[in-house]
Design a binder for this molecule. Structure first.
Ligand code: ZN
Length: 294
């Protein structure tokens, strides 16, 4: 743990420190060796939270982005079950920072327990299996309504640059066709509509996750992956065709939104023009102008 109670205040570990676990009250002892990240550990008893994973520097850096009172917050369910959330914001959103793999059962039990939850995954370990491909127009744009994309996949070079069908053309042959049922037709290249896409770009991209950690594709709560960039990569579904996509969301935007939105699903859905402490040139910049990966 990063924080324990000393004289009723949550404090970081210090050499020789003794405190108490904010959840179970057990005595905690500061671990401040020269080669370890300073932390608190339960003394003589096991950690009271079976969901707790050993903190990495990545966990610690994320927690430090939030005010002290938002970190390692105990959360009690109606039936009295207690867990320690990595981060819980003033508006009630819980952020779980996940470095290691977890089972479906554990994912589901945490989602059920916290409900208003967003996952942030440490993507560094699987970044070589994760490709981000061409831009997609905003799914709500007029342009997107007429387009069904060919699924991009590693080694499928055409689809990775952007190939699509037009619903309006398919309907000429068969009026009953929808995005969900379209299977072929005239194939178009993204080059035909590049400028239009740029105009309606809001962070969406095609991607391929080779050997994915499947539990995250089935998650009920939003999943954002941190690959160490200025933006997070949100797993998403693009449209009625069933196409899976990602959306790039700036870390500043994410951190701002979890502190002000009241539900995890609302993160990155609205544009906030007020941006304290940022250079003037960034104020009023659309929230979606994140540099796409190469
Ligand atoms: Zn405890």
């Amino acid at each position: 743990m990063q924080l324990a109670l000393v004289n009723k205040e949550k404090v970081e570990a210090f050499p020789g420190g003794r405190g108490n676990c904010p959840v179970c009250g057990a005595e905690t002892i500061a671990k401040c060796g020269p080669r370890i990240m300073h932390h608190w550990a339960h003394h003589r008893v096991r950690d009271c939270d079976p969901w707790w994973e050993n903190e990495t520097l990545w966990h610690r850096n994320w927690k430090n982005k939030f005010p002290l009172e938002c970190r390692e917050v105990s959360h009690t369910a109606e039936d009295g079950e207690v867990h320690r959330a990595d981060v819980k914001t003033p508006t009630g959103i819980v952020i779980e920072l996940q470095h290691s793999t977890i089972t479906d059962t554990e994912r589901i039990s945490r989602e059920t327990f916290y409900q208003n939850l967003v996952w942030v995954l440490d993507g560094m370990v699987f970044q070589n299996n994760f490709d981000i491909y061409h831009m997609l127009p905003d799914p709500k744009s007029e342009l997107a309504q007429d387009i069904v994309w060919s699924k991009a996949k590693r080694h499928m070079h055409g689809a990775n640059y952007g190939l699509f069908f037009r619903l309006s053309e398919a309907i000429e042959d068969d009026a009953s066709i929808t995005k969900a049922t379209l299977r072929g037709g005239w194939i178009h290249s993204i080059r035909e509509i590049e400028n239009e896409i740029l105009q309606s770009y809001s962070g969406y991209h095609q991607y391929d996750w080779v050997k994915p950690r499947k539990t995250w594709l089935e998650a009920n709560c939003p999943v954002y992956i941190d690959f160490g960039d200025d933006y997070l990569v949100k797993l998403d579904q693009y449209d009625q065709s069933g196409l899976k996509c990602v959306r790039l969301v700036g870390k500043h935007k994410f951190i701002h939104d979890v502190m002000v939105e009241d539900h995890a699903e609302k993160i990155a859905t609205r544009f906030y023009p007020i941006s304290r402490g940022k250079p003037r040139s960034e104020i009023n910049r659309p929230s979606h102008e994140w540099v796409p990966p190469k």
